[in-house]
Design a protein around this ligand. Structure first.
Ligand SMILES: *[C@@H]1O[C@H](CO)[C@@H](O)[C@H](O)[C@H]1NC(C)=O
Ligand SMILES: *[C@@H]1O[C@H](CO)[C@@H](O)[C@H](O)[C@H]1NC(C)=O
Ligand SMILES: *[C@@H]1O[C@H](CO)[C@@H](O)[C@H](O)[C@H]1NC(C)=O
Ligand SMILES: *[C@@H]1O[C@H](CO)[C@@H](O)[C@H](O)[C@H]1NC(C)=O
Ligand SMILES: *[C@@H]1O[C@H](CO)[C@@H](O)[C@H](O)[C@H]1NC(C)=O
Ligand SMILES: *[C@@H]1O[C@H](CO)[C@@H](O)[C@H](O)[C@H]1NC(C)=O
Ligand SMILES: *[C@@H]1O[C@H](CO)[C@@H](O)[C@H](O)[C@H]1NC(C)=O
Ligand SMILES: *[C@@H]1O[C@H](CO)[C@@H](O)[C@H](O)[C@H]1NC(C)=O
Length: 546
């Protein structure tokens, strides 16, 4: 891309869109343009029925044999070596989640969950003036049940040509219309004013006025070419909110890097937003000052060795197997998985990914691409924080809370781009990995997941709604063109006894999932974990021997 074109982009479109435009280019290189195909052509490709098999299928009989062999060998030797990495298998309970209660849409390959999407409003009732800004990229933190409010939202303000980025924060509550009160007894009932703002289904609404999140600007060490344009824009982007294993509320953002051009930074949310300090130090069943801060100042997260870092980094995911240990997963796709342990001050060990691990994600084969069922050039991107999960229900009194039954799960996107390298659509998958060293990948969704009212670019409305009888009969059209997920968090309202439990949950807990739509609005859904993680595929080599 020549720089006059780049400048024209800068002048003519909102700054926020620059990321959608430029980042794919950065990672794929300008040769992409040579492979340009008219958009219409790509549309046609999408319209063919899909045989969704983007997941790496282990060659079944072979892996079964290998498993049996391992099991035999173990029985014969009578010794089970728990650190022998090649023997990690999926917990039995995960096998139960390989069932597919619904079949995928025959054209698009999606599985559609029955859960509604609800509106998010950044306009509190107390606001003196009407909120006219638009927001995108909502990220949501569920506060402990003893806090005054339920959630905390950080949202990017859609830029209207301003040469900087703004992120605002508010505390928010969910309300339900009177008719659905019985199902959500702990949540509030909407007032008429709420329903006016949120629509007839209610939703999540700020109760405190949105305030700008003030974190210090960071200078870029070195940017080349087009990256410089991005680095010149002040302010952070892609905020993520989550709990560490110790129960710290961490705000992770993308901003200019001390080591290269763009990097990831973390700060304890209690620093830029001291108002929540009290909630963190007032756990009813545990006295004390609240969790110690690992990131009392804005701290850049790093890669070790330094030469492995790229100039423009994003989409890293932190996971905490215990209160005192956290890891950073830098990348996860069909060829590479890299994670390392955080050792303090944003520094990490070198790559600790099990070298014996086979990839769990895959790319379509050339035959699948030729048949028109798949598009080449899509890529996997980590999308949300990781939640720790005990693979049984909260109500199961015989279930043992031990780490062998614990996993992490997170949403990842499969990003499809059009002929211009612009994002065409994101498909939402869930990945599951072990919560025990070496944290092997265990499973991934067999099919991308859509929510009840969600549509996706690339197919006709008839095809998208093929699996929804009532939508077909009312000739329903598109509802949103481009949706993406930036949050999963255990929903507010569980009876935690300690802030450390915020990042842990059970199969029957609900997860709140934020959904950005068309880069200009925010919605959320609440889904039970066991629904979200339905229809999984066990990763190669992880099937337990029976
Ligand atoms: C409320 O709960 C009842 C019984 O559990 C269920 O049948 C109904 O579908 C629920 N309604 C909504 C709106 O979730
Ligand atoms: C979201 O709000 C809009 C505008 O108030 C409304 O038309 C729409 O029905 C709402 N959507 C949902 C899912 O409640
Ligand atoms: C996977 O990620 C690595 C590191 O970001 C990248 O070099 C590689 O090209 C990616 N593989 C695919 C198939 O996208
Ligand atoms: C990290 O280790 C895994 C397993 O050996 C390897 O596949 C991956 O490429 C490594 N990542 C980097 C950045 O070297
Ligand atoms: C409860 O948990 C135990 C141990 O994980 C499991 O074997 C059992 O099937 C579970 N019971 C139910 C009703 O889910
Ligand atoms: C779903 O979307 C359609 C329009 O596409 C709308 O008529 C319907 O009310 C929506 N349903 C819900 C429950 O939001
Ligand atoms: C849907 O479209 C069909 C064919 O165009 C038409 O006959 C039917 O009346 C439409 N239904 C509705 C509810 O608009
Ligand atoms: C499981 O037990 C560990 C240690 O006893 C505790 O830290 C963790 O919070 C528990 N998990 C859940 C979901 O309660």
């Amino acid at each position: 891309m020549s720089s006059p074109i780049a400048k024209r982009f800068l002048l003519s479109i909102p700054i926020v869109c620059l990321f959608c435009l430029l980042v794919p280019k950065l990672s794929q290189g300008s040769t992409e343009l040579k492979g340009f195909k008219p958009f219409q052509k790509l549309q046609e490709q999408f319209q063919d029925p899909v045989k969704p098999s983007l997941i790496n299928h282990p060659s079944n009989h072979q892996s079964q044999d290998v498993q049996n062999f391992h099991a035999d060998a173990l029985l014969k030797s009578g010794v089970i070596n728990p650190v022998d990495t090649s023997h990690t298998t999926a917990p039995r309970a995960l096998i139960g989640l390989t069932q597919c209660p619904r079949s995928p849409n025959q054209f698009t390959g999606h599985i559609r969950l029955p859960n509604l999407l609800y509106n998010i409003s950044m306009s509190p009732r107390s606001a003196r003036s009407k909120e006219t800004r638009t927001f995108w990229n909502p990220t949501i933190l569920a506060l402990p049940y003893w806090a005054e409010n339920q959630y905390l939202i950080v949202n990017m303000v859609t830029s209207h040509g301003e040469p900087y980025r703004r992120n605002v924060l508010c505390e928010a509550n969910i309300c339900n219309p009177q008719s659905q009160r019985a199902n959500n007894s702990r949540e509030r009932t909407c007032t008429d004013n709420d329903l006016e703002v949120l629509g007839p289904n209610g939703g999540l609404r700020c109760v405190t006025p949105p305030i700008e999140v003030d974190v210090p600007p960071t200078p870029a060490e070195r940017c080349d070419g087009i990256e410089q344009l991005l680095a010149d824009i002040p302010g952070f982007h892609d905020p993520r909110l989550f709990y560490s294993g110790r129960g710290e509320p961490i705000l992770m953002v993308v901003s200019q890097s001390r080591y290269a051009c763009i990097g990831l930074w973390a700060i304890d949310l209690r620093v830029p937003y001291p108002d929540i300090q009290e909630a963190f130090s007032s756990s009813p069943r545990r006295l004390g000052p609240g969790p110690l801060m690992s990131y009392p100042t804005l701290t850049e997260l790093t890669r070790n060795p330094l030469r492995t870092r790229r100039s423009y980094e994003k989409n890293w995911v932190m996971f905490s197997p215990s209160p005192s240990t956290s890891y950073l997963q830098y990348e996860l796709n069909s060829t590479t998985r890299t994670f390392a342990q955080l050792i303090g001050a944003g520094l990490t060990t070198t790559n600790e990914t099990d070298p014996l691990e086979e990839s769990c994600l895959s790319e379509p084969t050339p035959d699948e691409v030729d048949s028109g069922h798949f598009m080449a050039g899509a890529s996997w991107h980590q999308a949300t924080p990781a939640l720790k999960l005990v693979l049984c229900t909260r109500t199961n009194s015989t279930c043992i809370n031990n780490s062998e039954e614990s996993v992490f799960f997170a949403a990842i996107h499969r990003k499809h781009v059009n002929g211009y390298g612009l994002p065409e659509r994101y498909e939402r998958y869930f990945v599951v990995w072990s919560a025990t060293r070496p944290f092997n990948m265990l499973a991934v969704s067999q099919h991308p997941i859509l929510l009840r009212n969600e549509t996706n670019r690339g197919w006709t409305p008839e095809e998208i709604w093929d699996d929804v009888l009532e939508a077909r009969s009312e000739n329903r059209t598109y509802w949103g063109q481009f949706t993406y997920t930036t949050t999963i968090a255990y929903a507010w309202g569980r009876e935690e006894s300690d802030i450390r439990e915020k990042n842990n949950g059970y199969l029957d807990d609900e997860v709140i999932l934020s959904v950005g739509i068309d880069d200009q609005n925010g919605l959320y859904a609440k889904v039970k974990v066991s629904e979200l993680l339905q229809c999984l595929k066990i990763c190669p080599g992880r099937m337990p021997g029976w």
